[in-house]
Design a protein around this ligand. Sequence first.
Ligand code: FE
Length: 361
Amino acid sequence: MRMLGLALLVVVALGVSVGITFRAFSQPQAASPGGSVQVKVTAKAAGPVYSKSAYDVTPLPQAKIEELAKKLTPAEAEVILARGTERAFCGNLTDNKMEGVYVCRLCGLPLFESGAKFHSGTGWPSFFRPVDEAHVRNVEDNSYGMERTENLCARCGAHLGHVFEDGPKPTGLRFCVNSVSLVFVEKGKELPAESRPVKTERAYFAGGCFWGVEDRLQQVPGVIGAISGYMGGSSKSPTYKEVCEGDTGHAEAVEVVFDPARVSYTDLLAVFFRIHDPTQLNRQGPDFGTQYRSAVFAADEAQLTQAKEYVEKLRGLPKYTGKKVVTQLVSAKDAGVFYPAEAYHQDYHLKHGGSCPLPPE
Ligand code: FE
């Protein structure tokens, strides 16, 4: 049974709402039915925002949106910027049945896939779900005396259409989208750079109870996601119970998927060594056992070199004078496979609040 210390305050200071307003900068003749366009966008102020499918969906600054908008025709601008609606059965994608992906005409973010497209008979392309929930933003739309939910591209704020609760299974939703808001890229054709996910790398850390380590690491700007699991042991697909009993040799570990263009591996090492005590051997606070050991499992030789250099620097700090940094630095060959932990261990801190003994930062 895990011994739990006092709950520590988890600092979640990233969710700062930023109101971004942009007005219809389309041609004067493309007047919005509802007047000027005001779109509220929520963004993490402290860093980039990623979707689960590893796209950078950080809301674009207005200057960038205006730059992108220069390529639009008046008809495109009327829909995309001024929340217009193309005439039913007139869009070029309504009856498109080819396999591929539908990306935002303004910024290129993938929004829908052919596998989720269905024939609704409404005269507009219809989908039962977006390619990734984080790629489409829903906002209330009370124009024309109706209560509707408008869909925008999460990255650039382009108007897409509306979503209704009369769609087919499995979601029961109907995303009714203007053809003009989309660009179709056929399966097999190369996606443009702005339509591709970010190139990611992985890092693996063990620093005691994985609930807290996961929580802290996934808040680092540039980290796309972190999951709790087991690493460094001898058996395949270990369970929490097996690891707890110390039979398998695994450590509670965290896999971090990160965007190396935004955060370096050394930056992650710095956070890792700040959020746990690398001088405690086979324990972390009240948690005892080899499964709570401090370890860096390198994904490649370059990571191993950086980890060794970082630990060497740590050893020279006054903070560690007279102490021994016992963190294991394990090569990719010896680290073995990372096994994700059971679902109830994922996002534990987020779901249940502070419940893991970590040293204060
Ligand atoms: Fe977009």
